[in-house]
Ligand binder design. Structure first.
Ligand code: FFO
Ligand code: ATP
Length: 196
């Protein structure tokens, strides 16, 4: 396991290359199923108590959390997906109906259509480029998730579950004061818990 450069831009390029190298479709599908089962064991429906869970539509080489989201739906959680506004703003979340047509948003990411209701998730599955054992998380560098978690958490607790391939772990990920803490990080190999 490598140490990332302290400079976040260099760290991102290196972390992205590591994730992009995970091309084996069997490994990727097995990881998505293992993460589904680990997420299922976290007791999210009890934590959100009828509230909804925000996931993400996979982008590039990210781990596909749709199997985990569909499992959460079967156990009674409403689901939402992020809608990206301009850089420097928090994400908004719209209710995701897997049977409804999707729209193409900023960065080419699939999003729920503008007709879907805006919701305030009580738990988020958070994509990342790299993580460490202390709960450090490196994102895409636009600050979307840090702003989003800060805004949502101003209204009450929001569970943050970082999701990654185990290969995305590094000895130490550079962190800043504004980085919002993860409560859990789930990979295909393990479930890490931070804080209380
Ligand atoms: N699946 C997924 N959805 C997500 C995120 C994510 O990380 N993963 N986000 C997490 O924040 C938000 C989108 N954030 C993004 C932030 C930066 C870039 C970006 O800079 N992409 C290209 C440039 C593409 C372009 O400008 O058209 C790049 O990396 O160079 C993309 C998405 C919301 N939705
Ligand atoms: N809560 C916040 N309020 C204002 N600015 C913020 C906040 N969180 C992050 N930022 C700003 O956003 C930019 C990107 O932050 P950072 O490098 O930590 O992103 P990241 O954690 O990689 O990305 P993300 O949070 O989107 O996954 C920085 O300029 C940072 O100052």
């Amino acid at each position: 396991m490598g140490t990332l450069p302290l400079d976040k831009t260099a760290a991102r390029a290196e972390a992205r290359a590591v994730r992009d190298a995970l091309t084996d479709p069997t490994l990727r599908a097995d990881a998505a199923r293992a993460v589904r089962d680990r997420v299922a064991a976290l007791g999210i429906p009890e934590i959100v108590q009828g509230g909804c869970v925000g996931g993400y539509w996979p982008l590039g080489s990210e781990l596909d959390v749709r199997p985990a989201m569909l499992h959460l739906r079967q156990t009674g959680c409403a689901l939402a997906l992020p809608v990206s506004g301009p850089r420097g703003t928090a994400l908004t979340f719209r209710d995701w109906d897997p049977d409804a047509p999707m729209a193409t948003g900023r960065y080419g990411i699939q999003e729920p259509g503008a007709d879907r209701p805006v919701v305030q998730p009580r738990a988020l599955l958070v994509p990342l480029l790299a993580f460490d054992r202390r709960g450090g998380r490196l994102g895409y560098g636009a600050g979307y998730y840090d702003r989003t978690l800060a805004a949502l958490r101003a209204g009450g607790p929001v569970l943050a579950v970082g999701v990654a391939f185990a290969a995305q772990e590094r000895d130490a990920v550079p962190c800043d004061a504004h980085d919002e803490p993860m409560d859990w990080i789930v990979t295909e190999r393990e479930t890490l818990r931070f804080g209380g």
